[in-house]
Ligand binder design. Structure first.
Ligand code: GLP
Length: 256
């Protein structure tokens, strides 16, 4: 794991944006895995401002709520079109978001896995992290080998996400999410985390044991995973001086 600690979310995002932009410039038909939530908003804003060419890019989103109409303002479908896709020249048929309104969830999940494989696999997966360590919507105790499937949200995640819905009872109970096994097959993972509410989950994921009770901890087994953190999110890391030292001594070509 490469731990990149920056003073604030803007600086951490700007490094993440340079990593994504480099991939899109080097590989115009790259396959990107994308995330939702408040964390990647700045990243999407920055990528839009960079005016990259998205025409040949293919995207796969991590997850979607079950039962929310696509047009619902809190569906991840709406989120992605509102915050990224409508601002760039992406080709609509290259966008993939799990269909949370399907009558046949297992079938849609198996198809999603096939589509990812058919596209050649994910080159770079953008990730946030839940306060309980979830990635995608893989809640604690999710199988570390899981594939795209339905999950039931924990009460904590429903409380965390209530701010988007106005109240907790409006947050759906079920979601479709890429599995942890699916995420681990991405060639590169780029996890962003900001704020002290994420500090514990980050410290456990980076310096704790690999355990399904903190799903992000499996990223310790991934060969190319970068974490872009602000100071508050990094505040419980015991070896933060070492991570800072390593990043500041990297050759420039390795930094982004
Ligand atoms: C959501 C998403 C995750 C996201 C996480 C953190 O529930 N499914 O992909 O990383 O929770 O969200 P936020 O960035 O708003 O803190």
């Amino acid at each position: 794991m490469e731990i990149i600690i920056q003073p604030g979310a803007e600086a951490a995002t700007s490094i993440a944006a340079r990593i994504v932009a480099r991939l899109l410039r080097e590989k115009p038909d790259a396959v990107l895995g994308l995330a939702t939530g408040s964390t990647p908003l700045l990243l999407y804003r920055e990528l839009i401002a960079m005016k990259l060419d998205w025409r040949k890019v293919t995207t796969f989103n991590l997850d979607e709520y079950v039962g929310l109409p696509q047009a619902h303002p809190q569906s991840y479908h709406s989120f992605m079109w509102e915050n990224l896709f409508r601002h760039v020249n992406i080709t609509k048929k290259n966008v993939h978001i799990p269909d949370g309104n399907t009558k046949d969830i297992p079938n849609i999940c198996a198809k999603y896995e096939k589509q990812i494989k058919g596209a050649g696999g994910i080159d770079l997966q953008v990730l946030g992290i839940g306060t309980d360590g979830h990635i995608g919507f893989n809640e604690p105790t999710s199988s570390l080998a899981s594939r795209t499937r339905i999950k039931t949200l924990t009460q904590r995640t429903r409380q965390d996400n209530a701010r988007f819905f106005g109240s907790e009872d409006k947050v759906p109970h079920h979601v479709i999410t890429m599995g942890i096994g699916t995420i681990m097959e991405a060639r590169q993972n780029l996890l962003l985390a900001f704020g002290n509410t994420k500090a514990r989950a980050i410290a456990e994921a980076v310096e704790g044991p690999i355990t399904s009770t903190n799903p992000a901890s499996i990223l310790q087994m991934h060969p190319v995973t970068k974490l872009c953190l602000d100071e508050p999110a990094a505040s419980q890391l015991k070896r933060s001086d070492y991570y800072r030292w390593v990043y500041s001594n990297k050759p420039d070509w390795q930094k982004y």
